[in-house]
Ligand binder design. Sequence first.
Ligand SMILES: [Zn+2]
Length: 491
Amino acid sequence: MKQISIVLFALFLLTFSTSNAQEIEPCGTGNYRSEWLDDYQQNPTLYRTVTVDTLFLPLKIHVVGTDDGGGFYPARSILESLCKLNEDFEPTGIQFYVEGEWNYLMNDNWYDHNFSQGGQMMSINNVSNAINCYIVLSPAGNCGYYSPSRDGIALNKGCLGAYSSTWAHEIGHFLSLPHTFVGWEGQDDFDFSESAPFFMGGRQVERVDGSNCGQAADGFCDTPPDYLSFRWTCSQVDSSMVLQTDPNGEKFRSDGTFIMSYSNDACASRFSEEQIDAMRANITFQRPNLLTNVTVQDDITDYEAEIVSPLLAETVTNFNSVTLEWEPVPNATHYVVHVNPIPVFSALFDEYVVSDNSLTLTNLEAERTYFWRIRPYNAFSTCTEYLDTSSFVTGQLSDLTELEAATDLEVYPNPAEVGQNWQVDFQLSARTPVTINLYTIDGRLLYREAYDLGSGRQQLRLPTSDLSGGLYLLEVRLPKGSLHKKLSVLR
Ligand SMILES: [Zn+2]
């Protein structure tokens, strides 16, 4: 029996925060300089790195939703954001891969959190030997932040995507980089027509002539002065509109190409050579644990997988159990599957993540046309394309299936406390084999039990003693279809 799996999102409920975007602060990392960077910049010869090889770093991705499982950042957007992150880091020789499965968390207090709640989220869920990244609705009102004390990154799902450098910016902080304007955080109202003071935020203010570049601000001499601690738009030559005045009275504009500045995504595109050297030294000397146990997976390229079934525009006999199947894509470990009743996917109706090259749909309506497409990926290769959209037509309501023999699926208590048993009740109108499967929300099979049941009311027990808090998917599988129910366990 094929193992299918499964993330089904309530995508109707997903709204991207656009209306209140102007209230979001770019970054909550603040006036932060790592002690390691201070030491590195004072004694750079102690930190010579020899390797020019690509450094592969593991990301543990935590996708945070509400208590009732809504609001998760869609899988397709996670892939687009990961692709952009690796593009932003390409010139650094640092690349990122996904460690294990995405970790789905349901908690209102983490989904929209303050720094204290975010710290709790990280201390409970961080895994070791990975960069822990939490994708939430609102990380303390910012697009993102790196917490030095918890050593984790929180990201606003409205600030990620194919055109955003927010993720790269926060990982820059994780790998020891301060803002290019470090010391100026919070100085939004400064009158930049006046000469800047010699010190700001406990740091020397950097001068245009380069005379104090090694000690001032971020301590990098190839990132020129920048005092702008608010989101700003670039001119056509990628510099700031705002003219600033250094302590010598010299006027300048900020360079908007730096990812560690607050210029907007249209111009932020790079790290400086000194920033790159510092990040690579930081990995090698402070975070060597991130470099262990890497087995690089091959890229997914030049694939043309064929749809196996249903064939394009085929009318299938069932409507409540339709299996999609496609040829495996070389090097793919997972597929995102989109199923829509309209031929475009800008609005997503159903999105699934599966680890096998097939998926059984049980939530379709009769006599409708559905459009579907798949996108392969693996932990290292997320810049992949969708295969051509295919379609099929579902069968008529009157086509009886054995699935209709099972009705009234009830499970209680739901949510359950750890250690309580679930009672699974349903009605069978005839004798039939039934398999009970329990999956994690990202599709790992945890429990399977097969029964041969007679007709009538069924009452089965399902233990929760080995489960941790979170969301699970129950499947009651019959020969020609399945019933599903989302279950949750409280910790
Ligand atoms: Zn920042």
